[in-house]
Write a protein that binds this ligand. Structure first.
Ligand code: GLP
Length: 241
């Protein structure tokens, strides 16, 4: 595991974008595993800048996203499709047909999870998977549980996640209670994992994930077992180290 301390959110975002940019430059048909949440927004802004100034070409890139709220349509401004389109895809030259996000509108969860797992598998391996970190240690939407969920599945969101994500919704009752998410095995099969963490409110959980026991109650603790994890965390998030 490589752990880089960034000065602040901007520095974290720049460092992360540099790593993704190198990946795309060295392998133009890279498979990028992408994440939502506020953490990677600055990274995506930098990638857009890289595209605009001619340094980056996404025309052959493929992407798979970690998760999607169950029940939200793509045009719902809280769906992760909407997030990805507006924070990245619309401003770079990625072919939208090469982007993949679970379909939140598919009511048959078994069918959608099996379809999405097959999509990720068909990519032949995610080259670099970007991850944010939930306050309870979740990655994607793999919530604390009694065992590590393996493949793409439908999850009941915990109260703390609903609480954390309600800031994006008009009312807490509008926050979906379920989501489709890649499983831990799906995430762990990425060749490289890029975990981004910012802010003092993530300091304790980041320490637990990287230095504590590997347990499903702290889902991101599993990353200790991956052979190629890059963690970029800002000073505030690193304050417990
Ligand atoms: C959501 C997403 C995660 C994300 C987490 C942290 O629940 N499903 O992928 O990492 O929130 O979000 P933030 O970066 O806004 O703190």
């Amino acid at each position: 595991m490589k752990l880089y301390k960034a000065k602040d959110y901007e520095d974290m975002s720049r460092k992360a974008a540099n790593i993704i940019s190198a990946q795309v430059t060295l392998k133009p048909d890279s498979v990028l595993g992408l994440a939502t949440g506020s953490t990677p927004i600055g990274t995506y802004k930098r990638l857009i800048e890289g595209y605009r100034n001619g340094d980056l070409d996404f025309s052959q890139v493929k992407s798979v996203n970690l998760d999607e709220y169950r029940g939200l349509t793509r045009d719902n401004d809280q769906s992760y499709y909407y997030f990805m389109y507006n924070n990245l895809f619309k401003d770079i030259n990625i072919d939208l047909n090469n982007t993949n996000i679970p379909d939140g509108t598919e009511p048959d969860s078994e069918k959608e999870c099996a379809r999405y797992e097959a999509v990720v598998e068909s990519m032949g391996g995610v080259d670099i998977q970007v991850l944010g970190l939930g306050h309870n240690g979740h990655i994607g939407f793999n919530e604390p549980a009694d065992e590590f969920p393996k493949t793409t599945h439908c999850v009941d969101l915990t109260e703390s996640t609903i609480e954390a994500n309600k800031r994006f919704f008009a009312d807490v009752n509008d926050v979906p209670r379920q989501a489709y998410t890649m499983g831990i095995k799906t995430i762990m099969s990425a060749k490289t994992i890029l975990l981004l963490v910012s802010g003092a409110d993530k300091a304790q959980i980041l320490h637990d994930c990287l230095c504590g026991p590997i347990v499903p109650q702290v889902p991101a603790s599993i990353l200790q077992l991956h052979g190629d994890v890059i963690v970029i965390a800002d000073e505030a998030a690193m304050s417990k180290f």
